[in-house]
Design a binder for this molecule. Structure first.
Ligand code: UT7
Length: 312
């Protein structure tokens, strides 16, 4: 779905969208394709790259706000699709911070010995919950999936350096879908008013995003005993190029060390960081021992950063 496609259905322009967000296009799942289908595909790629079978993974975690069903968990369906019936599987829902929350969770599982290997997936089919009359929101989001496998390494090569996660649920309506939950069950009236679609206060979130990305990035580097000069790659949540650039400017991170792919995918919420990570690996740019700073934020509101030493 390109900016030109939006020009046909909304009063907008490629110039406005690109200059305010950095986006040119985003991908939408085909009719009939659900989040579990995209997640299964991403998981297969990760297994292939790692040279593992689906049954080598002890636990599957999916982060999504667009599950196949209200329940059961999409992760159960993904594990079954892969032929890993019997393995642990569950979903988490923390909007765009999904991958930022999943990674420390997986690291804690393998550190504590609960599981040897954990698959973490971020997946969204946000096109299903967009209000295409709301030009300030619908142009931002895309569909996608990314997956990573976290496994136990010898203690002396522990890759999980530090993390900081946070949330502030005082104003959930800053970014939410109002109806369909226990607070406001779906009614014909809610549907007629498109209360089954995303509503967002973009400007408030923008400010919050920059502040939290900067603050948590500094805190995790301090906790890991590192400085910004030690960071080889900063992989931020891809919500808006202006948010990324504002955070990078305050942190004084050089542009060439920041991974940005927002132009092609838009904001894919919990999938954005693993997709960006995957593309950087495919280009052969991440080397063993590189320090990666993951940072993100999203609905909740929620946020977090992680310092991670790469070990393939
Ligand atoms: O993963 C977390 C999810 N959310 C986010 O990260 C969102 C964070 N926020 C943002 O990215 C930005 O706030 C937006 C991209 C949503 C909006 O950019 P902005 O620079 O904050 O624009 P604005 O909301 O202040 O709107 C400026 C103008 C308004 O017109 P008036 O009132 O000045 O006449 C809007 O009506 O731009 C108008 N506008 C548009 N014009 C053309 C809003 N959307 C569009 C559009 N095309 N698509």
């Amino acid at each position: 779905m390109s900016n030109a496609d939006f020009e046909k259905i909304l009063e907008t322009s490629d110039e406005w969208i690109h200059s305010r967000t950095g986006m040119r296009e985003r991908r939408y799942a085909a009719d009939g394709q659900a989040s579990s289908d995209l997640a299964t595909e991403a998981a297969r790629h990760a297994l292939e790259r790692a040279g593992l079978a689906a049954t080598d993974i002890d636990c599957y975690i999916v982060a999504t706000v667009t599950p196949d069903y209200q329940f059961p968990a999409t992760a159960c369906i993904v594990a079954a699709n892969l032929g890993a019936v019997g393995k642990a599987a569950f979903d988490i829902e923390i909007a765009c911070s999904g991958f930022i929350y999943e990674l420390p969770m997986a690291a804690s599982f393998v550190r504590s010995g609960v599981f040897r290997r954990v698959m973490i997936i971020g997946v969204e089919t946000l096109s299903r919950i967009m209000n295409f009359d709301d030009r300030s929101t619908c142009i931002l989001f895309g569909d996608g999936a990314g997956a990573a496998i976290v496994e136990r390494t010898p203690v002396e090569s522990d890759c999980f350096l530090a993390c900081e996660l946070g949330a502030d649920g005082k104003n959930p309506e800053l970014l939410y879908v109002e109806a369909g939950g226990s607070r406001h069950p779906m009614t014909a009236e809610k549907l007629a008013h498109k209360k089954d679609k995303v509503e967002m206060s973009g400007r408030e979130i923008f400010k919050y995003a920059v502040t939290k990305m900067v603050e948590t990035s500094r805190n995790v580097l301090d906790a890991a005993g590192l400085t910004l000069g030690d960071v080889d790659w900063m992989i931020p949540h891809q919500a808006n190029l202006r948010i990324i650039e504002a955070a990078a400017k305050r942190l004084e991170v050089a542009r060439e060390r920041i991974v940005v792919n927002i132009e092609r995918y838009g904001n894919t919420s919990s999938a954005s960081i693993p997709i960006a990570l995957s593309e950087t690996i495919e280009r052969g740019r991440i080397r063993d021992g590189d320090v990666i700073l993951f940072t993100g934020f999203g609905g909740g509101l929620s946020w977090g950063s992680i310092a991670w030493r790469w070990s393939a």
